[in-house]
Design a protein around this ligand. Sequence first.
Ligand code: URP
Ligand code: ZN
Ligand code: ZN
Ligand code: ZN
Length: 488
Amino acid sequence: SLSKILIKGGTVVNAHHEEVADVYVEDDIIVAVKPHINVGDDVTVIDAAGKFVMPGGIDPHVHLAMDFMGTQSIDDFFSGQAAALAGGTTMHIDFVLPVDGSLMAGFESYEKKSRNSCMDYGFHMAVTKWDETVSKEMEIMVQEKGINSFKFFLAYKGSFMISDELLLQAFKKCKSLGALAMVHAENGDAVYEGQKRMIELGITGPEGHALSRPPVLEGEATARAIRLAEFVNTPLYVVHVMSIDAMEEVAKARKSGLRVIGETVVSALVLDDSWLWHPDFSIAAKYVMSPPIRASGHNKALQAALSMGVLQLVGTDHCTFNSTQKAFGIDDFRKIPNGVNGIEERMHIVWDTMVESGQISVTDYVRVTSTECARIFNIYPRKGAILAGSDADIIVFNPNSSVEISAKSHHSKSDTNVYEGRRVKGKVEVTIAGGRIVWQNDELKVVPGSGKYIEMPPFGYLFKGMDKAEASYLSSLRAPVKRSKSTT
Ligand code: URP
Ligand code: ZN
Ligand code: ZN
Ligand code: ZN
């Protein structure tokens, strides 16, 4: 076999359970998890005493090498994944963008982009227009290409945005395919008005980005998407919940029994919009993403929502641009490419913000950074668990060490970092991806082409009960009243 690794004496943490145990890996599979495993001399031993041994992170929301706003996000599948591995993330799900509206052409272009991958990855498919061809292509994506989720944009008027009429068609299609509908929830028409309003007022800097698309527009679109998904009776995944307004809509929906999933992102949990008012454009522009980073207070509320299970998982929306790209919008915030970094920082910041602060347990940490994503996208327990038979994607985490985040030391290609100078407690000391030790002693050893495309099958559990619910709804409809045509 290619490799044999024994991780000895650590606290093995899964979302459901933690215990002190050894973990034995052969090739790219976890073979055994139990106390005191004895092995021969040909096995690489990693001492994990006093440390946590956890499933590698899975980032549900990433945009590598994405053609967007007249440029391309600077981290490609190799550099973005290398950064991920250095930060303890061993899989990500990227958003395929259609090419000229074609899902198939989009998929093929992402097959090319991802050829040099050094860690496992999967795809969501963005759907930016709707017609019969797209509808047929969605079938092919689910049945032949390993895609089980589609993202629809209620924002980005004039490019990605689709109307409610088409959204309903798309939701119905998702339902019939057993695929999960995802939404970017901001009211694109209102954002467009808000942007015009700012420009008319002479507010052209990055602060105009936040002012033009306030939380109310995220709340409105989240509520609308949830209600339309309820009307179609299909589950819904709300990506990048950035505000209290959107979070409360997700909370309300879940409380009433709807199958709605809320993803938040690292930037929403820890940053606030004061950065957008920074007098130095190059600093303020780093923080431009959509939906925007909100006023202080939203971040704390989103942390609480994550700790209470109102929001289920944390992604990054990693979509990096360097300062020359951000400078496209020096005279007009509408031209600043939208996106922030996070794929390398997510595991550390979530630990520091949520576990170190006492808001969640170590098992919950595994759940929100890895297991929940694997469950939602139907690849658990191959991913998201330290169990015999799972893929050997593992991190060794030292809670007593710490890390200082900086563009000087990060592995992303970007020349900036929105978490510049932040010191966080805890450190990913070892990352094992696909059975390879790729990060140890602050050294990356990544192999281009070693990452696998992970096919994600259509759903079981998410849709369970949906048909029953629908049947009982239909049977509850009263028989139509028969009225005679004649009048007397
Ligand atoms: O600002 C962002 N989020 N850029 C990436 C595209 C998206 O809407 O997720
Ligand atoms: Zn032992
Ligand atoms: Zn989005
Ligand atoms: Zn995104």
